[in-house]
Design a protein around this ligand. Structure first.
Ligand code: GDP
Length: 530
């Protein structure tokens, strides 16, 4: 199944996706099992190490130090059946949501993991809304079915109600909690039986010839069979069947039930991603869109990781290929600066190790080591001036003033902060009035991480202090209008690291006032990266 039968086979077999979930729903466990089925078993330990690392702050710092781990887990490629899966990691911590949002611009689909006992939780809802902005296809995995879970209809209803998306069951659970024995695979009329004894075993699969097949009764205990048959009949009556088109346009999500820790339901989900998930999609760009099958290579940077080795100021830019067939050593054009760039040592995150990428296709993610030329939102092409659009920068939700411990080191601090701003780790604003920098982040933990990184990577002790401002908005409008506005509101005005004008606010009231008094300018909470 593909919606683009004309794609070259190498591109058509690629599935680039991310997992969205609320912390603890089972994303790490599911990722491990994907890798298990993808033949990259040795990786599983690394994912686990990372999952556990982020549970405590000090371990988290250690993880930031051991950036090798988080980098190789940022994008993972593995083969499953005839497919090449590219799984892009979304940092699970709610403090890093902006990074997460941008990651979602690099994928063609998302797997939404929910906990069968908890349903749709806040972080899931938030991430789903972002997917919705781009009409991303969503495949749902309802996890932890081995434990006491909610009624199946209730779970489906909750998704439909809270997320306003049609839900179609791809499988149906049989039994609840301790009595959960497996699922009925609705798409393929099979019974999948879970083995509780061996967590890494692939489920036993029994082919069933329709729901009145006597084989069903041989495998399903009588006390569960009646309820199951009743439910599935009701489900068929009340819920829509799978409509592949609706899945691809993001208006319907199929749901699989399983237990990641028991490796159960995972293979069916992977089959679903392969069969019904989208291949690399057309990328929005200016002045024209980019189609994956185009011969020439184009790609965009959605993430930058700096200072992986503090001794060298190197960075890795993560590039999502939007089109073409990339080969190592290719000369690409850096569209923002119009400079050529030889990509001689790109990294492909295949299975367990980082490897040099000899080649890559539209849909793949490659890492490009560089010295700071590549920024989030940058486009690389084989010469054409085309710029990928839709990579947002969000207004930070928390602001603090940052000062160097040694006032003579202000220039050094500026350099360090600018680098983190380019990496996308924080917003940095230079106020027109007063000294110091105002640093904006989306979650409070980021201030501590930043302070620690500035000290570690630049040998510069810094202080973060409360700021009178609570939020920031980018100012848009004609040059005259913006200048006039800035002159009249100097106390509130700053520049971001790109030199764009920002209005710092204390209260919602400030924003309301600007809207009332300055009809010629608009304030926005997002900015397109370029
Ligand atoms: P993440 O925060 O979403 O990455 O969640 P993890 O994968 O780290 O899982 C959170 C917790 O749930 C861990 O203790 C897992 O062992 C547990 N867990 C994951 N999958 C299952 C499952 O299928 N059943 C049960 N009972 N526990 C699970």
């Amino acid at each position: 199944m593909t919606n683009r039968p004309d794609l070259p086979a190498e591109i058509a077999r690629r599935r680039t996706f991310a997992i969205i979930s609320h912390p603890d729903a089972g994303k790490t466990t599911l990722t491990e099992k994907f890798l298990l089925y993808g033949g990259a078993i040795q990786m599983a330990g690394q994912v686990r190490a990372k999952g556990e690392a982020r549970r405590t702050r000090s371990d988290f710092m250690q993880m930031e130090k051991d950036r090798g781990i988080s980098v190789s887990a940022s994008a993972m490629s593995f083969d499953f059946e005839n497919y090449r899966f590219n799984l892009v990691d979304t940092p699970g911590h709610s403090d890093f949501s902006e990074d997460t949002y941008r990651t979602l611009t690099a994928v063609d689909a998302a797997v939404m993991v929910i906990d069968g006992a908890k349903g749709v939780e806040s972080q899931t809802q938030k991430l789903f809304e972002v997917c919705r902005l781009r009409d991303l296809p969503i495949l749902t995995f309802c996890n932890k079915m081995d434990r006491e879970s909610r009624d199946t209809f209730e779970i489906i209803d909750e998704i439909q109600e809270n997320l306003a998306i049609d839900v179609t069951p791809a499988s149906w659970p049989i039994g609840v909690g301790r009595d959960f024995i497996g699922t009925y695979d609705i798409l393929r009329d099979r019974l999948e039986l879970m083995d509780r004894a061996d967590r890494n075993k692939v489920a036993e699969s029994v082919e069933i010839n329709g729901l009145d097949d006597p084989k069903l009764a041989e495998h399903v205990p009588a006390d569960l069979l009646g309820k199951f048959l009743e439910e599935i009949e009701m489900a068929k009556e009340l819920l829509p069947p799978l409509d592949p088109e609706a899945l691809l346009n993001g208006s319907m999500t199929p749901i699989w039930f399983g237990s990641a820790i028991n490796s159960f339901g995972v293979k069916e989900l992977m089959d679903g991603i392969g069969t019904y998930g989208p291949e690399p999609q057309i990328q929005s760009a200016e002045p024209r869109k980019i189609a994956p099958e185009e011969k020439s290579v184009a790609g965009f940077v959605f993430k930058v990781q700096a200072n992986m080795d503090p001794k060298h100021r190197d960075r890795v830019a993560f590039l999502r290929l939007a089109s073409g067939h990339f080969k190592r050593g290719m000369k690409l054009t850096h569209v923002r600066t119009k400079k050529p760039m030889a990509v001689s040592n790109p990294v492909l995150f295949l299975a367990s190790d980082r490897e040099l990428a000899e080649e890559a296709w539209a849909g793949d993610i490659i890492g490009i080591p560089n010295h700071g030329q590549l920024r989030i939102g940058d486009t690389l092409t084989e010469g054409e001036t085309v710029r990928v659009t839709g990579i947002p920068s969000f207004a930070p939700e928390l602001l603090q003033t940052c000062r160097a411990g040694d006032p003579l080191k202000a220039k050094h601090l500026e350099k360090a902060l600018m680098q983190f701003a380019e990496e996308g780790a924080a917003k940095v604003f230079k106020p027109t009035f007063g000294s110091g920098f105002i640093v904006g982040v989306v979650g409070a933990l980021q201030f501590e991480v930043l302070a620690s990184r500035i000290e570690m990577e630049y040998g510069l002790p810094v202080r973060f202090e409360a700021s009178q401002f609570t939020s920031a908005r980018w100012v848009h409008g004609g040059k005259d209008a913006v200048d006039k506005f800035a002159a009249a509101n100097k106390q509130h005005i700053a520049e971001d690291n790109d030199g764009d004008v920002v209005y710092l606010t204390r209260l919602q009231w400030d924003i309301d006032r600007v809207e009332r008094d300055y009809p010629d300018v608009t304030l926005s909470s997002t900015k397109e990266m370029m």
